[in-house]
Each structure stands twice: as structure tokens, then as C-alpha cells.
Design a binder for this molecule. Sequence first.
Ligand code: ZN
Length: 206
Amino acid sequence: MTDTLYERVTARPADTPSPVALNLVLADTTLFGEDDSPGWVQGYGPVPAVVVRDLVSDAVTDEAAKATLRRLYRHPRSGQLVAMESKARIFPKGLRAFIGVRDQTCRTPYCNAPIRHHDHATPARDGGTTSGLNGLGGCEACNYAKEAPGWQVVTHDTDGHHTAVYRTPTGATYHSTAPPLPGPTRRHSAIEGRLSIDIVELKWTA
Ligand SMILES: [Zn+2]
């Protein structure tokens, strides 16, 4: 019965394994055992450091598994995602992955549903750019609600904090700030912060 269910759901033969992609996000310091900040599994949530290290170790040592590494760059003060290494450099795909990892769940305040759409805050028809700044992760329901008359969403980035301001048809405004990535945040001078962002942006566009 399990085989039949598997074949009906996946449209693949039950005796052939299906590839499953698992995105693990963790600080390099956690990976190398310097600290025990929890990691995070995309689509699931926080996972203790010891478990993420085991998952990485299993994936690397299992002959049948294919483990890949992608570097993510955090803002030194806010801890938010500012850039991500992308081997495939295809702009929309890389950008969708970036927004998915940065936002983690639907960005509408109090929603927290899984991300189904990667949307423009200011629509492309109104001159909104296809960029990380103007991009937002949203669930299906919120994405359609946002299209209704009277809704307006504006994004801005202040000192590494990506914030979306939602204005509802009644005129009420709500703020949504992207969550930080795993790992401790440190205090840096403004010059150090600016310099690290410049270095990351250089890599991102190279
Ligand atoms: Zn939502």
C-alpha cells in the first residue's frame, strides 16, 4: 500500500529513490564547533546545533547523498542576509532562493505561513524593480489580498534591516522586518559595516 501511495503521489516507481533537497542554514562557527547557536532548516524552523552538525556530517559521509555548500553573507549588525553565493547565477532563480532564505516565512505581519510566492512589493507595472530590496516572500492568500484595491507595500533597508511597511485599505500601517540568520551578531564600526557590505556586493555582481 505504501508503494502504491508513493507511486500515485510522486509518479515515480517505488523501487527508485527520489531526490530530496534539504536546505540547512547555520553559522560557520556552529559548523566548526566554536559555538552552539541553533541552525535552521528551510521550511521547518530552528534545529539544535548538535543536530545540524549531525545532518551535515551524515550528508557529507553518505556515498549516495550529494552535499553542496553555499555561502550566505550576514549583515554585521542586524544579522540579516545581505547576499548569497549563487553558482547558477540565473537572476530570477538566485533571487527567489535569496528571498526564501532571508524571509523564511510570509512577510505579512502576524501571518508566518510558508512562502509560496516571491513577489514585488511595488509591482513591476508601477516601476518596481526585480531586486532583493523590492522582493518579498509571501503566502498564497496574502499575495492575492495584497492585489486588492487600497493595499500598499513599501520596502526599505536601514542599516541592514530589510523592512516592509504594509498599508491596509483602512489606512493602518504594519511593519515587517526580515529575521536574522543563525549565529551571534557582533558590534562593528560603521566603516567596518560599510566595507563588509561593499565586499559582498562586489562578489554578488561579479
Ligand atoms: Zn501570508
